[in-house]
Design a protein around this ligand. Structure first.
Ligand code: F6R
Length: 357
């Protein structure tokens, strides 16, 4: 029930800190550290490469997951769109391990790949929000998102839950491998949950940004580098699907290779700057578009902020910033859609779970 909320989407955005705390609780072992069943980490460590397969928002979470797994467990990861992988399968390594990410566990494109992978006898883990769903039943291993039912067509809390569970998987696999780390993931995720709450309490600010940048916009660009690029892809998808504004997520350095031609006076460009090692270069990209008249909005992290930034996010561990940086983008999309009178929870042409290929 959405209770006092005007839309499920807003309710589900607000639930994110609670979902994150629930995930910490569900995956916490007796020692207090976050754990994954040994059978899962052993199967992953037996593999020479991980293939993540998903669609839409879950694919975007997979991109973040790749970065987490490669950093914390030092295993190479490829991320694939299920609808492409199925008909245009890459050359697999000798010992692949598959991770399917699906909120609903019913997405036909993802299931088609799972069926093929099982025919080839490769191990598959499904990360889903729905126990008993088709993908859940057909997988060798499963991890649950514990996000509670997601009703709004636009996925929000499942995305952050997927990233949180992927971070735990990456962390536990790294530990099982004997990688030394001083990361206290339970503590860092707890801090991210608090930061999420701060952002959810700051809705008015994001409503202002939506009004200022998007009320009259025909299009919008989201730019970032590294992990911020992946979050930008998700921000663009959210905006497209509920407000019907043409939006694109772009790697900051890639704009000058063609897309910059689309930047006109007042074109909104929302930039994320949460990663210290690319902070200078993303800001240079913002200057490039600003010089061509773009209406730029920089969302940065505490510690990396500069004068003129539109919003500064609370500090969280640099690897976990997508958990917080996506919230302004979700809320900006929500308010942009609202201002345009769109049906936020049930956007045109879309279904909550896509059960056809
Ligand atoms: C976007 C959205 C979709 C889904 C995609 C995969 O807001 O919800 O892009 O992420 O259809 O769905 P699942 O995760 O259920 O496989």
């Amino acid at each position: 029930e959405k209770g006092a909320y005007p839309h499920y989407m807003l309710k589900e955005i607000d639930e994110q800190p609670f979902v994150l705390r629930k995930i910490i609780q569900e995956y916490q072992g007796e020692s207090g550290s976050l754990e994954i069943d040994d059978s899962v980490t052993a199967a992953i460590l037996d593999a020479d490469r991980i293939y993540i397969v998903a669609c839409g928002t879950s694919y975007h979470a997979g991109l973040v997951g790749k970065q987490l797994i490669e950093k914390l467990a030092a295993i190479p990861v490829e991320v694939h769109l299920a609808s492409e992988f199925c008909y245009n399968m890459p050359l697999l390594t000798e010992k692949p391990f598959f991770i399917f990410i699906s909120q609903s566990g019913e997405t036909a494109d993802s299931r088609a790949v799972l069926v093929k992978v099982k025919e080839m006898n490769h191990p598959a883990l499904v990360i889903t929000n729905v126990p008993g769903s088709t993908l859940f039943r057909e997988a060798d291993f499963t991890l649950l998102l514990h996000a509670g039912p997601e009703i709004a067509v636009a996925s929000t809390k499942a995305y952050t839950a997927q990233i949180a569970v992927l971070s735990i998987l990456a962390y536990a696999t790294g530990k099982a491998k004997g990688a030394s780390t001083d990361l206290n993931l339970a503590k860092e995720l707890g801090a991210a949950a608090n930061a999420m709450e701060t952002l959810c309490d700051d809705k008015e600010e994001f409503e202002h940004i939506a009004a200022e940048y998007l009320r009259a916009a025909f299009d919008c660009f989201f730019i970032g580098r590294s992990i911020d690029y992946y979050v930008g892809l998700e921000g663009a998808l959210k905006l497209k699907e509920i407000s019907y504004i043409q939006a694109e997520g772009f790697a900051g350095g890639e704009l000058k290779h063609g897309t910059m031609a689309l930047i006109e006076k007042e074109t909104p460009v929302i930039a994320l700057a949460t990663q210290s090692y690319v902070n200078g270069s993303i800001r240079a990209n913002v200057k490039e578009v600003a010089a061509r008249g773009a209406h730029t909005c920089i969302i940065s992290s505490t510690g990396l902020e500069a004068e003129g930034d539109r919003y500064v996010l609370p500090a969280v561990h640099e690897m976990l910033t997508p958990l917080v940086s996506v919230i302004p983008l979700q809320l900006i999309a929500y308010y942009a859609a609202l201002h345009r009178g769109c049906d936020v929870d049930k956007p045109r042409n879309l279904a909550k779970s896509v059960t056809v290929e």
